[in-house]
Design a protein around this ligand. Structure first.
Ligand code: 13P
Length: 225
């Protein structure tokens, strides 16, 4: 296929530190070192430091990401996790996930500010869009199309429709955009999504939690690249 594929695990609010480290020790040795495969794990903030350390010590080809970050820099912002501090631990940040938009009132304006913070602090912003109509903030080159009906429901979008939405997003926002698909991705359907010409990988919730299942997904993708 000869394209770079992203496989990104979004653990959401799951796994304490011991569970997180167990997953890393089970998954890490099975990820193939391949320049065309970019595997990222996005744990909770409290797991980040230990997860990063364990991946570094094991020399595993896994990057670390966060599930959010502050729209502000360092300073008097109680309870926020700011990009200039996080960048010692993470390469990427998931921003504007629909669960944040729904449950925490996150707006397109806030997402744009978070993208700005990520970019000036050398963190790759991965913005989640719910359709081709969701605005993509300036400077953002990596996005995930995650239709709400498909998230955590076991009812994924079709790979053909996801490909079409990805194509529209590229037409609107520039062909340099990499578009991932997220929503009920499993080892059984991942190959169909990553085989689509406009889809550059997957963002996985539930199916990323089980180490064995996640390794299976990575192996399916490795066979395609
Ligand atoms: P599920 O894979 O559990 O449907 O979640 C998708 C998602 O929201 C990833 O960000």
């Amino acid at each position: 296929m000869n394209k770079t594929i992203w496989i990104i695990a979004n653990w959401k609010s799951n796994k304490n530190i011991s569970e997180a480290l167990e997953w890393i020790s089970q998954v890490g040795p099975h990820i193939s070192k391949d320049d065309n495969l970019k595997v990222v794990v996005c744990p909770t903030f409290t797991d980040l430091s230990e997860v990063k350390k364990t991946i570094t010590v094991g020399n595993f080809p896994i990057m670390v990401g966060s599930q959010n970050l502050s729209p502000f820099g360092t300073g008097a912002y109680t309870g926020e996790e700011s990009a200039p501090i996080l960048n010692q631990l993470i390469n990427l940040a998931i921003l504007g996930h629909s669960e944040r938009r729904q449950n925490f009132g996150e707006t397109d304006e806030m997402v744009a500010k978070k993208v700005e913070q990520a970019l000036v602090n050398n963190i790759t912003p991965l913005v989640c869009v719910q359709s081709a109509e969701t605005p993509v903030p300036q400077g953002c080159k990596l996005i995930a199309y995650e239709p709400v009906f498909a998230i955590g429901t076991g009812n994924p979008d079709t790979s053909e429709n996801a490909n079409q939405v990805a194509e529209s997003l590229k037409e609107k926002n520039g062909s340099g955009l990499e578009v991932l698909y997220g929503g009920s991705v499993t080892a059984d359907n991942v190959s169909a999504f990553v085989s689509q010409p406009n889809i550059s990988g997957v963002l996985i919730g539930k199916a990323s939690l089980d180490a064995e299942g996640f390794v299976k997904i990575c192996q399916q993708v490795s066979e395609k690249i």
